[in-house]
Design a protein. Structure first.
Length: 266
């Protein structure tokens, strides 16, 4: 018995990092996982890995910022599996710069992927979450569905050099709370996770990175020193927080922001 037996879940940005680990954790707990990612290769790899382990998965690749893709993603999922129970808005990028140097393009690109895309996905999911729930309620059926939006501690307290990212992640919190208020009556829980310094491709050591993605060692150590547990979080630890919010364990948790940050609140 898994916490997500029989559930169908979409996870955006599921090809790498936290999204990838979340896909694995969901599959281990019985969910059918839709792997949405910009890059086809890592999405196919995680799809294959889940299938080899005896789970069920489907990769649906595309650009989450393309205004047409959210509908395509939702409709392909429902056409293939007949339902949608869980939506995890995880896809993200960073385009850091100080405010006086940040371009309109840098600001808008980060807002588009972190805030506009989740809004569009939630809106497109309405017929298969909100409207489906209304029919169930009329029949006396209680069936919880879950929306989990990935925010960040940067969206709660700001972060120098991340005006775009912090603004987008703060917006995600507002979006999450509005959905909780509007859709809670339909047994749809909308919550967010706000991660601290999690070990991913975006937070790896820049000096030892093969693709010039990451954080300089000096800055990495500064972040780690602020964490009471004196270490980075692991993708699995991040994914298990998402699992909690996706599972029946959180059926009376709505409109909340779960901080997963090793105790670092300043």
């Amino acid at each position: 018995m898994g916490l997500l037996d029989g559930k169908v879940a979409i996870i955006t940005g599921a090809g790498r990092g936290i999204g990838r680990e979340t896909a694995l954790v969901f599959a281990e707990n019985g969910a059918t996982v839709i792997i949405s990612d910009m890059d086809a290769q890592p999405a196919a790899e995680i799809e294959s890995e889940i299938m080899k382990r005896g789970g069920q998965a489907l990769a649906i690749c595309g650009d989450i910022t393309d205004s047409r893709f959210p509908r395509t993603l939702i409709e392909k999922t429902v056409a293939e599996f007949g339902r949608l129970d869980i939506l995890v808005n995880n896809a993200g990028v960073t385009r850091d710069s100080l405010i006086h140097k940040m371009t309109d393009e840098q600001f808008q690109q980060v807002l588009d992927i972190h805030l506009v895309a989740p809004f569009r996905l939630i809106r497109e999911a309405a017929p298969y979450m909100r409207e489906a729930a209304k029919v169930e309620i009329e029949q006396g059926i209680v069936n919880y569905r879950k929306i989990i939006n990935v925010s960040s501690v940067s969206g709660l307290r700001g972060n120098m050099g991340q005006a775009n990212y912090s603004s987008a992640k703060a917006g995600v919190v507002g979006l999450t709370k509005v959905v909780a208020q509007e859709w809670g009556r339909y047994n749809i829980n909308s919550n967010a996770v706000a991660f601290g310094f999690i070990e991913t491709r975006m937070t790896q050591s820049l000096e030892s990175s093969e693709d010039q993605t990451g954080v300089p060692d000096k800055l990495r150590q500064m972040f780690i020193d602020k964490v009471p547990q004196k270490r980075t979080g692991q993708p699995r630890e991040a994914a298990e927080g998402i699992l909690y919010l996706a599972s029946p364990l959180s059926n009376y948790v709505n409109g909340q922001v779960l901080q997963i940050n090793g105790g670092s609140y300043t």
